[in-house]
Design a protein around this ligand. Structure first.
Ligand code: KG4
Length: 353
């Protein structure tokens, strides 16, 4: 069983011999009214959700708790209060059932979403071959991860070696989507809303300042500021005080701003990925994390794949945002490797993989 509680999704999944039997997630609507995740409310909602979510995951899988062979849980990174609920529950369950405990790094889980095999045909996706590059883009992270076969192990039933070769030096891509959406008074999380409006806008309508960061690293804080200043300058020029009043004066304003922002974020992400793939001579390229649900990014993957002869791997929608299936997958590989964790393991907020 895998248990995920790193942010605002409470999720549990059951995996049997590497095949996913159930994956149940309760998302928390309580944060919408605040325009972002409120950590204290997230922990309380996890406390309410965790028992029914775990129970439903077992029932859907048709498995009883004592049939489980191990309990895997997200140890970090994430919100400490949220992680504490999943960690404590997993420890309690492991102790009560006398089963081993396996800790999972949330970011490794996102990468391993590509290896989840589902009993439902619609969820089956092709799996990348090692070595491959994974663009990991979520609300809290933007990284390029080199995923390699571990030096000592020769088959695919082992946790691969993961090395971050580039990452954001400030904000994550998902945060840029969410914060810019907030400026436009769109609901939280704003990424899917930007995606929706972007389909109706002109991606070349606005130009935003782009980062110039060396190597394979990213930066999105300047882009956020540039987006904000573009709107502020337009409001001054049109002598209005709200985005709504501005939108009433400029036809298609929100759609064009969203399309231009999405175009810029996707372009920044893809250019660094292309450089990494070229330098390392790797043609297996994957994307993971919540932002991989973005339609512009998915199209760019297909387009780059065609142009640069990459084999591209895009996860099914169900495994893009936070889910326990990916935690169960990582836990399964670690369990096979005998990598168990002590009962006194504590969660961590930040880490590198
Ligand atoms: O991986 P995830 O569920 O949680 C973290 O671990 O952070 O990612 C959540 C992020 C949010 O920033 C959300 O706005 C973004 O993924 N997201 C999207 C889309 N769907 C989710 N961003 C852009 N376009 C989307 N369609």
């Amino acid at each position: 069983m895998g248990i995920e509680s790193s942010c605002d999704d409470t999720s549990a999944a059951v995996l049997c011999d590497g095949v996913l039997l159930s994956n149940v997630t309760a998302s928390q609507a309580v944060h919408e009214q605040f325009g972002g995740v409120v950590p204290e409310l997230a922990s309380r909602a996890h406390q309410l959700n965790i028992v029914p979510v775990v129970d439903t995951a077992l029932k859907k899988a048709g498995v009883s708790a004592d049939e489980l062979s191990a309990i895997a849980f997200t140890r970090g990174p994430g919100l400490l209060g949220s992680l504490l609920v999943g960690t404590s529950f997993a420890k309690g369950l492991a102790l009560a059932l006398g089963k081993p405990l396996v800790e999972v790094n949330h970011l490794q889980g996102h990468v391993l979403a590509h290896f989840v095999r589902s009993s439902q045909q619609s969820d089956v996706s092709r799996q990348p071959e090692l070595p491959f590059l994974c663009l990991l883009v979520s609300g809290g992270n933007s990284q390029i991860v080199l995923v390699e076969r571990s030096a000592t192990e020769a088959d695919s039933k082992h946790l691969p070696k993961m090395r971050i070769i580039g990452q954001t030096i400030d904000d994550a891509a998902g945060e840029a989507f969410d914060k810019c959406a907030k400026v436009l008074d769109l609901p939280y999380p704003g990424g899917p809303w930007i995606d929706k409006l972007a389909k109706l806008g002109n991606p070349k309508a606005f130009t935003f300042a782009e980062p110039h960061i060396p190597n394979y690293d990213y930066s999105f804080s300047g882009l956020k500021t540039s987006f904000l200043y573009t709107i502020r300058d337009l409001m001054r020029a049109h002598e209005v005080e709200t985005v709504e009043a501005l939108a009433a004066k400029i036809p298609n304003l929100k759609e064009d701003l969203c399309a231009s922002l999405q175009f810029t974020i996707v372009d920044v992400l893809m250019r660094k990925l292309k450089k990494a793939a070229k330098d390392l001579n790797i043609n297996q390229v994957a994307v993971a994390g919540g932002v991989s649900a973005n339609s512009g990014l998915r199209e760019a993957f297909v387009d780059y794949g065609r142009r640069y002869h990459w084999e591209v791997f895009i996860p099914p929608f169900a495994f893009t945002t936070d889910n326990a299936a990916m935690i169960a997958e990582a836990g399964y590989l670690k369990y096979l490797d005998g990598e168990l964790c002590p009962i006194d393991a504590v969660p961590f907020a930040k880490t590198i993989i």
